[in-house]
Each structure stands twice: as structure tokens, then as C-alpha cells.
Design a protein around this ligand. Sequence first.
Ligand SMILES: [Zn+2]
Length: 103
Amino acid sequence: MKLRKKDKPESHAVPIPSEMLANWAPRCPVCHETIHEQATVERFGEPRDWQFWGYPGSRWRRCEGETGGKRFVHFRVDVNGRLYGRLAWIRPAEDKAMQEALL
Ligand SMILES: [Zn+2]
């Protein structure tokens, strides 16, 4: 049996600004799949042209949920024929605006 060389996951790396890394989970809290990259965003899929979201037709939503009061969406992207798990934490901007309106 041949030993398979481990591919280093370098080519898929997406630069993520540090302020978008407030949350971090090594695995999806729902399905426990390995998460390769994650970021905190205002809305799922925005900004549209960000590589983080993968390419149209090569992205699949896997599951979503909430942990510690933070909502997230787990999705997979196909980058050069390999699947990567990514987690988008949704910043509760709308909730905050609503609370302020109520005060
Ligand atoms: Zn999941």
C-alpha cells in the first residue's frame, strides 16, 4: 500500500481581516465537521466578490445554528477540486438597531 502524501492546504488560503476573526470554532458546532476558515460577517454571501464565499456553483450550505448567542452558517466550497469547510458568523447588526429603536 502506498502512503499518500499529505497535501498542504496552502493554495486555498483566503486572507481574513483580524476584526472578522472574533469567533473561532475548530469544528462546526452542529455537525462537527472540520472548519478550515471562518469569519464574522454582516450577511451571508457579502461582500459578494470575496474569495471566502468560493465561486458561484461551487458553494453549498451545510447547516446553520447558534452557539453562545451567535448565529452562524456552515458551508462548503470547492476550490480546485477540494472541499473546504467554512463558517460564517453573522454579526447581529439588525438586532442592535432594533434594540436602540425600542429604547
Ligand atoms: Zn455544520
